[in-house]
Design a protein around this ligand. Sequence first.
Ligand code: SF4
Length: 624
Amino acid sequence: MALAVFEAIVRRTTLAAEAGTGTGKTLAYLVPALLAGGKLLISAGTKTLQDQIFEKDLPAVCAALGVAPDVAILKGRQNYVCRLRLDRTVDAGMLGSLEEVRALQHIVRFARLSPGGDRAELAEVPEGSSIWPAVTSTRDNCLGAECEHFENCFVVRARRRALAADIVVVNHHLLMADMALREETDSELLPNADVVIVDEAHHLTRIAADFFGQGWSLQQFAELGADVLRVGMQAARDGAAWPDLVRAMDTAGREVRLCLSQSGVAQRARVAYDRVARDAAVPGSVAALDAALAALQAAVVQNQGRDAELDLLAPRMVRLRDLLAPWHQRPAAAVDGSADVVQWVSTTAHGAQFHSTPLSCADAFARARDEREQAWILTSATLTTQQRFEPFLLDLGLPGATAVRWESPFDYARQALLYLPSPMPNPQAEDFGELVAEAAWPVVQASRGRAFVLCSTLRAVGRVAQRLRELMEASHDPLPLLVQGDANRRTMLEEFRRLGNAVLVGSVSFWEGIDVRGDALSVVVIDKLPFAPPDDPLVAARIRQLQSQGRNAFRDYQLPHAVTLLRQGVGRLIRGDADRGVLMILDERLLSRSYGSAILASLPPFARTRSQDQARAFVAAGAR
Ligand code: SF4
């Protein structure tokens, strides 16, 4: 792999490299890239991997090669404390809770002492804390060169460091933000590199769709309202009835959320906009929100010139109103699959986000590839379906790229067992969740926990967990049970590792980016094959689009995505030569449908059994 990477670098071509778990792919791209020299951009799929490459892998390889390039890490601006917004938040003193007051005290101290201002270094304030939007910046609210903290700004300093460095480690969000910015404005966020290495490249298209799309959220309105109130009252108290105007906008925002509920949109749902906007209530409520924003905008314009931060609010409002405009009307439903952008809505408990997402980013990638004299290395443990790269390369508009696979060095036939119980629980059964728990429990018990049970829906998570609890009680064999939703994901994973005999029940999405090494994880149970739900607005629109192009949507889209997710999950089980584990899949389609064999052929060559006794014996051998 190192030789192939080196050749792509020298020739400035694109290489898609699938490297099975344990190959040492990070070394295989870092060594040739460091030896080749030049400006290097490395993008990781997650911030965890980004930190690992910057803090561990790069220093180790540099030391081994005896080279000392200038290396920098760069994250999105929302990862760094904004000194100006921090000052303003402290001055305004309008925090919502005691927790926020405490968090703010930590952040003030952190901003004084930290050299880089990266919020990930401040463990005392959780990632999801509501204080963060008030003390970090966005492109919209940053004052840029007019800011009094410009020279000392964490974001500015991090970007300058990155521009000057030989090697910059970024994540896909930043890489895609840069590509989208270059498409839109001809300006750039990241330095021009000779070589771009994309690790965990299987995440790229999903993240790209967010950046090449557009959208707005009710949260953005809430944040804008809070900013207007704070800045208006501080800098132009006599300029307008700020509290009344902001209150009117808040009420209009709540009305949008209410209309969505009345149109049948549940909490935490994803729905096509043409469905919710069938009657006029939702578009009408968006128009009313726009009117409230327009009133606020007029007040801001009237006070123009009184304060730099206040002046910055007007263009931010113009941009937001532009984003809102297409949502005032009822959209025409593109049932023929001809639309290349899909309008859809996602909800949280009290919020909502409105998205316009392109169905393909292939053209944008192809253009970027054509325009730049760079080498691109795209790598991951899971790029292929049945050893074929086509779906991945077509999604990226790079059908002609060189593509090579390197198998994992692990002895899967000895180290892992695929257990397909006989009989399988009936997926249509009312009590499917309970049946999954009953099928899994004998193996989980033999393994003394150390198990993930991954369910296709959140509803199933609750039912499986409840039945497992009952089974543990009935057999007087309590094992620690961690259930998705009880705590945040990071805390749950730390608990899982620490306990060493826990059972974690979560949804399939839970396993993305999880790394539990060694004995702590020995059983992975999957209730259903992870096909994306066909009624999801993005999935449904993509299927329609591919069908309209005469392509087979199942073969080219649904199957490859399910296989990637499944392979990612499977890859969590065996991380080293000494690991052993059982993968248990409770979906009879694996055996009864023709595509089942395609999925099995895409998995590592596990030994296979239908015998519960064999599965129990296999995991019991590794249990303490
Ligand atoms: S330049 Fe922008 S990000 Fe930096 S402190 Fe000022 S407002 Fe905040």
